[in-house]
Design a protein around this ligand. Structure first.
Ligand code: ADP
Ligand code: GLC
Length: 481
């Protein structure tokens, strides 16, 4: 039996802002429980909601030296589907209405505290991991601390670490002086071959230098991040560590995202009966959102964080032209104000055709995956992307830019060979995106049989965790010999 410990900043069903939470929520469940004991450590954010909050039970607490103070570290525990979750409690560190705040300095302090506390609780809970699996910049300090002070401790000897990049854009950067102060690490660590990066201290970089292996969430993104365009100034380091870097594509939870059993959608369907049943979800969605009732109209969905990463400047540029077509557009998302307001504006301007829902809703997201005909995701970069996988599962054909995981998971439609599961375009260019949408419209309106055959293929594509979980297991085995 091998002990695997996930340390991460979000996880379904406790707390979620994006795909990271889906991955940390579903991957541990899919690792073979006969051979691996997988546990997860998370922050106990004050904003964790009922009923999940009620599931956490207090275990113990202690005080830890951190940032010149002696800080309270509470440990809470929960069990879900055979996986044990530990929560680090400190109400001052983890306060706020959302997991991540706007004050950069406080974010650094919060996750430095979290990283140190996560290692410190292990001897207390008596769980000695063979591999610690860290996720994104918030846990970048874990491999550093593990090598630095904890390896001197018998308990931590030989523990391996993996750093998974879900998003290279966010790195946890701050000035070196403050970072030394917060982390308590010696000046030795703040050189360009370690935590320093372009004069600042960089927590993700620390993780990437000190982890025993590095992964990211699609094969294509693993290649892309070695180039200057996608490398976010860490491409040099990633090239240097390319022997230890691999891409393993994300899966989605096939029980949670299943049109046949989905509790959020009004009409269940499957690969056999979608031709008759899927449309009922579209009608329902049109009624619920106050769009024109029209079975025939091409309905495009978007469920996303509204940030530059997702290609919304291309959409903004094309909105008027797009809305001249015979389409309906349903948006669900929150994020940058400029995009929130852009969609509100078009909702006002084209009221019966555009529906902007600027909030977070699990239920509405499922209704969009099920009810729309196509799903638009023209990302500037996309480490993996889960929304397109959810769309495929619901027979809602993705229209994507050929980048990162989108390129690995959506097969572009080929008219001549009658292959493909969606539509794509190559360059980050608004007219190319519009052309891809219009190609989809043409197939939808003029070649319905072809469209439906594509839905067949999309629903048959398999992006469950099975294969990818096996690859993670292989990596854990390789690391531990
Ligand atoms: P990212 O992690 O970059 O945000 P992904 O495609 O990997 O992108 O994952 C996004 C996840 O967040 C999906 O599960 C998607 O359904 C969900 N999501 C994003 N915005 C919302 C929202 N406003 N309401 C509900 N779910 C959302
Ligand atoms: C990040 C990426 C997204 C990926 C998710 C889960 O948020 O932006 O592409 O699917 O992490 O790995």
């Amino acid at each position: 039996m091998k002990n695997i410990l996930f340390i991460a900043s979000e996880c379904v069903p406790f707390i979620k802002t994006g795909g990271l939470a889906d991955v940390v929520g579903s991957l541990p469940q899919c690792i073979d429980k006969e051979y691996y004991d997988v546990r997860v450590i998370l922050p106990k954010y004050v904003c964790i909601q009922e009923p999940m909050k009620n599931l956490l039970t207090y275990k113990t607490h202690f005080y830890m030296d951190f940032h010149w103070k002696n800080e309270y570290v509470g440990i809470l525990e929960a069990e879900e589907d055979g996986v044990t979750y530990y929560f680090i409690d400190n109400e001052i560190m983890f306060d706020g209405a959302t997991p991540y705040g706007k004050d950069g300095y406080k974010e650094i302090e919060k996750f430095a505290f979290f990283s140190k506390a996560a290692l410190s609780i292990l001897p207390i809970i008596g769980f000695k991991p063979d591999v610690i699996h860290c996720h994104d910049w918030q846990t970048g300090l874990v491999p550093v601390y593990l090598k630095e002070r904890f390896q001197g401790n018998e308990f931590f000897r030989g523990v391996k670490s993996v750093m998974t990049i879900h998003n290279l854009k966010f790195q946890g950067k701050w000035d070196v002086k403050s970072m030394q102060d917060i982390t308590g690490l010696a000046p030795y660590y703040f050189t360009p071959d370690k935590l320093e990066s372009f004069k600042d201290a960089n927590l993700l970089k620390g993780g990437l230098v000190y982890a025993d292996a590095i992964t990211t969430v699609s094969e294509n993104y693993a290649e892309e991040i070695k180039t200057p365009f996608y490398g976010e100034h860490l491409n040099g380091l990633l090239c240097a560590r390319s022997n230890d870097l691999r891409g393993i594509v994300n899966g989605i939870d096939y029980d949670e995202f299943n049109p046949e059993t989905d509790i959020h959608i009004s009409h269940k369907y499957n690969a056999m009966n979608f031709r008759k049943e899927k449309i009922k979800n579209k009608r329902q969605l049109q009624a619920e959102l106050g769009l024109k009732q029209d079975d025939k109209i091409f309905m495009i969905g978007i469920v996303s964080r509204l940030t530059d990463q997702k290609g919304f400047d291309l959409i903004a540029y094309m909105m008027d032209e797009l809305c001249l077509d015979q389409i309906q557009l349903v948006i669900l998302g929150t994020g940058d104000e400029k995009y929130e307001n852009m969609f509100r504006h078009y909702d006002w301007k084209y009221n019966d055709r555009v529906s902007a829902n600027i909030y977070y809703s699990e239920a509405l997201s499922h209704k969009i995956y099920a009810g729309c005909d196509a799903f638009l995701m023209p990302s500037l970069f996309e480490p993996c992307g889960l929304s397109q996988l959810m769309s495929l599962r619901y027979g809602t054909l993705p229209i994507v830019r050929e980048t990162g995981g989108l390129r690995d998971t959506v097969v572009p439609y080929n008219e001549l060979e009658s292959t493909g599961t969606g539509f794509s375009f190559a360059n980050y260019n608004a007219h190319e995106m519009l052309a891809a949408v219009r190609f989809a419209e043409r197939v939808y309106y003029d070649q319905k049989r072809e469209w439906n055959k594509m839905v067949d293929r999309a629903m048959a594509a398999n992006f469950s965790w099975q294969e990818s979980a096996r690859k993670y297991q292989e990596m854990y085995d390789w690391l531990t010999g």
